[in-house]
Every structure is written in C-alpha cells, then in structure tokens.
Unconditional design. Structure first.
Length: 356
C-alpha cells in the first residue's frame, strides 16, 4: 500500500503563513502580501520559491535582517519612473507596492518603471504577473542579489552573479503568457534542495572548480567551489551571460546599488516595468495579436507525439486551478520545517487532507 500525499486547502496555507509572519512580528498588511505570493508560488508548481522560503523569512524577521516597519524611501521620481530604497523590507510586499505605483504611471504615461535597491528577497517572480495582466497590462520583472554569487561569467570559473531571473507577463483573452527564467542554467534553490537530497540535476548545468561540467550539485559546495553555468551551458552560455549582464544593468545599474557596494545580507535589487498597450497600438489589437501568436504556437505540430506545444505559464496556471480545487501538494520537508515555528509562535498547523 502506497502512502497518500497530503493536500492542503490553499486558503488554509495562506492563513497559516500569514499567522506565522504576524506571530514573528510582521504587520498584518505586509504579512498578507508575503503569504499570498508564497502560496501562489506553490500553486503554480514553483516549489523551491513558495512556502519552502518561509522558515528562512521567519529567521530573517526574527534576527532583524528583514525589516518589517514602515515603507520604502523615495530616492528619485519622474512622471514615468520611480527609484526606491527598499530598507530591507519584505520583498514580496515591496513588489506588490511597486506594481501599484508602476501601473498608475503606465496609465498616465503608457509605461511605468520602478527600481528598488536593498529590498529583501522577492520569492517567485511568476507569482506576481496575473495581478497586472488581469488589468490588461504587460509587466517585466527582474531581480539580482549582490550579496552572493554562484554563477560565473561565460568562460570563467569564479562566480560573479546570482541566477538573475527575469519574468514577463503578457495579457491575452485567456490565461496570460508568463515567462519566468533564470539567466543561468538552474537556480540556487534547486541546486541546494538536490544537494541536501543527494539528487542530480537533469543535465550538466554546473561546472566544478576545475572547469569540468557536471550534473552533481555537490560541486557547488566543494573546494575549489564550482559554479552554475550561464543559460545555454558550455555551448551557448554566451547568450545567458549577455542576459545576466542585462539584468545587472536593469537592477543594480539603474538602482545605483549593487556589486560595487558593501554586502547588506540576503536580499534583492529589483527592476519592474509595466506597459499599458492602450498607449501604443491599443489593448484590443494587442490581445488580438497575442491571441493569434498563441493560436499558431498551439497549432504547431508536436515534435514528440502526445506532447502538444504549450505556452510559457500554461502548465503553471493549469496546476494552480487543479490545486485550488483539489488541494495543494507541498514538497517533502516543507511542513516539517515549519512545525517548530508553529510550535514556537503558537500557530496551529493547517489541516491536511489526503489524495487517493
């Protein structure tokens, strides 16, 4: 007899995460925003950037490294741009606030851009986009973390960058198209998880400290330390390297704070841009064009029988709908890691059902 996989109601997970954050000292409004984004990450299937992050966030709140009081400081502002000092406030909450500010500027100017220096970690980038696309808006979101480095420049062995993700949300008449990619071959979250589980990567996405490609994440933790390869690997990694540098310019460059400055602790530098298609060719024609592109993609003959072409984000939204209806499956170990926090903060664990 196989053991059933427990499932949790999304609303129960949201209430649980919010209660833990409030219990740790985070004000209710910020806790609600952070909890929503973490649970949305799990709903979409991004299990390394959902509730798996919550124990680390709670430790950061407890230590004072993640600040919870007040708002961002305005460094510079024009009609279409805004630069914030994030004051190491919770990253998901800051991004939600930045989306509101950027959307208001986009409705006025056609585009609105917010960059944030010294935010805390911002969780799953894909989890933010539906809030913009439901308003008919397109959003570009990118982040870097100058506090650490695990990705070497193409042709090098010494790490300079973080995986530097970039994510784009595009409205259509149905589900949005959402691309969420690291500019490296894989992420810190996945390599750390696989290392702890003694697992392997799907392909040689890392190199050891001597320049030998490997699928073993352990090389990142051995001396001399290995690194994650840029997107494209050993063959085409110059492309990922170029994208990585672009994200560095959009984040640290525009924010005026990054790798040239002293380390501040785990966090993020953020670039967020919202575009209103109404200010360009019009929202109706934007959707008409993107719907046709989507139709042609879906109509393309599959290279593998039984595996039709999907659009970026399509699987995630289907997974989210299923999990909203049937319950959320969490990756092994997440609830076990949260149990001590629940006991410490006197928060009841969410009830678990079980799939058949």
């Amino acid at each position: 007899m196989t053991q059933s996989t427990p499932r949790y109601a999304a609303a129960d997970l949201l209430a649980f995460a919010r209660a833990l954050l409030v219990g740790a000292g985070m004000p209710e409004e910020k806790a609600q925003g952070v909890a929503e984004i973490l649970v949305e990450g799990d709903l979409l299937g991004h299990t390394t950037h959902g509730l798996q992050l919550l124990p680390s966030y709670l430790r950061e709140v407890e230590s004072g490294s993640m600040r919870v009081v007040g708002g961002p400081e305005v460094i510079a502002e024009t009609a279409a741009t805004l630069t914030w000092h994030g004051r190491r406030l919770p990253g998901p909450w800051l991004v939600l606030q930045a989306m509101e500010a950027a959307a208001a500027k986009a409705r006025e100017c056609g585009t609105g851009t917010v960059v944030i220096r010294q935010s805390h970690h911002i969780a799953c980038l894909a989890a933010f986009h539906r809030r913009a696309t439901e308003q008919g808006l397109m959003m570009i979101l990118a982040s870097s973390d100058a506090n650490s480095a695990s990705v070497a420049p193409f042709g090098g062995l010494d790490a300079v960058f973080t995986p530097n993700p970039i994510s784009i949300g595009i409205p259509t008449s149905g589900d949005p198209i959402v691309t969420d990619i690291s500019t490296s071959a894989t992420t810190n979250g996945l390599t750390k998880r696989l290392h702890e589980e003694r697992g392997r990567l799907p392909a040689a996405w890392v190199i050891d400290g001597h320049g030998r490609p490997s699928d073993d994440p352990a090389v990142l933790f051995q001396e001399p330390k290995g690194t994650i390869l840029p997107l494209g690997g050993l063959d085409s990694g110059h492309k990922g390297y170029g994208l990585t540098l672009t994200v560095e310019a959009l984040t640290g460059g525009l924010a005026g704070f990054g790798r040239a400055d002293p380390k501040q602790g785990w966090g993020a530098t953020v670039f967020l841009q919202i575009l209103d298609p109404q200010a360009f060719g019009g929202r109706a024609d934007f959707v008409r064009q993107m719907d046709e592109v989507a139709r042609q993609c879906h109509a393309s003959r599959p290279a593998r029988a039984g595996e039709p072409v999907r659009l970026p984000g399509e699987k995630g939204f289907a997974t989210a709908r299923q999990q909203q209806a049937e319950g959320v499956t969490l990756h092994a170990g997440i609830m076990e890691a949260l149990l001590p926090w629940a006991e410490k903060l006197k928060v009841g664990m969410p009830p678990a059902g079980a799939s058949g």
